[in-house]
Design a binder for this molecule. Structure first.
Ligand SMILES: [Zn+2]
Length: 288
């Protein structure tokens, strides 16, 4: 009797290749179950465009699709390098094919573009808001204390506009109803020093309205920069809190409105500060 051969049913083949294509899972991007991988995105686009495609993933919400030809020519001739927001990991195949159509013939692919736009905007809007970057505040510098300068500025220039926190050990004696009408005092911090050695231009201060935060450039934190000058920069940034930037009819941002400029010109040290900046600032900063 010969050996019996057992014929076993072939074990179901394990899907090869990209595990989360076959087995969707949440990778914690806040995207939920994923529909695509970089490889499936690349394959779908390559098939639609009939040209080489490279795909990289990114997080830019303002430019969710960035495309660059791989060499001179149209995308369909030259191939394309794409940087896509990771939200496309969640796009159904049809949307990726639409993107391929758009790459191929541009806005002439009207319906494909409309579907792609609609899907993309919906998907981006559904994402959780980006977490604000954690900032460690440092108001006390080596030469100048920003909170002291802020207090001087507010007491002298805007006593009714900003609610100053009580000094240490001081009771809050102000009328609470009155202080409610005032703006919250911006937080103050020295910015982080850049590692670049040469100083070409400086942004001496900045104001972020979302976090009500004023940053002053750390180069100003030295005894050779007069407190009077730093105080002017602190004053200028408080004006940004009082006179918010807005868009003009042409859609351009106006950061220094007419009202801002007029108020700034009434600052007692205004002329002096402009002169000091013009004549002294870079000389002082060049000396280390
Ligand atoms: Zn400004």
């Amino acid at each position: 009797m010969g050996r019996t051969r057992t014929v076993r049913a072939a074990a179901p083949k394990k899907p090869r290749g990209h595990p989360f294509f076959c087995q969707p899972r949440d990778l914690g991007f806040g995207l939920g179950t994923l529909m695509q991988t970089t490889a499936t995105l690349t394959a779908l686009l390559r098939e639609t465009l009939q040209a080489p495609v490279k795909v990289e993933l990114g997080r830019s919400r303002t430019r969710p699709v960035q495309a660059k030809a791989l060499r001179p020519g149209t995308f369909a001739q030259a191939g394309v390098a794409l940087r896509l927001h990771r939200v496309f990991l969640n796009a159904p195949d049809e949307i990726i094919v639409d993107m391929g159509q758009w790459l191929k013939v541009g806005r002439r692919a009207r319906q494909a573009c409309a579907r792609l736009d609609a899907w993309m905007h919906g998907a981006l809007e559904a994402l959780p808001p980006t977490a604000p970057r954690q900032v460690t505040l440092r108001a006390e510098g080596h030469a100048h204390h920003l909170e002291d300068l802020q207090r001087e500025v507010i007491e002298a220039e805007f006593p009714d506009r900003f609610a100053l926190p009580p000094r240490e050990g001081e009771l809050p004696l102000g009328d609470p109803a009155d202080s409610a009408a005032r703006l919250a005092c911006p937080s103050m911090t020295w910015g982080r020093a850049s590692t670049r050695k040469r100083i070409r231009s400086l942004r001496l201060g900045s104001y972020v309205s979302e976090s009500n935060l004023i940053r002053i450039h750390p180069h100003l934190d030295r005894t050779t920069v007069p407190a009077r000058f730093v105080r002017y920069i602190v004053f200028h940034e408080h004006l940004h809190a009082l006179y918010p930037s807005h868009k003009d009819p042409a859609g351009r941002w106006v950061h220094h409105t007419r009202a801002f400029r007029q108020r700034e010109a009434r600052y007692p040290d205004y002329e002096w500060a402009l002169r000091w900046e013009r004549d002294q600032l870079f000389r002082v900063l060049a000396r280390r």
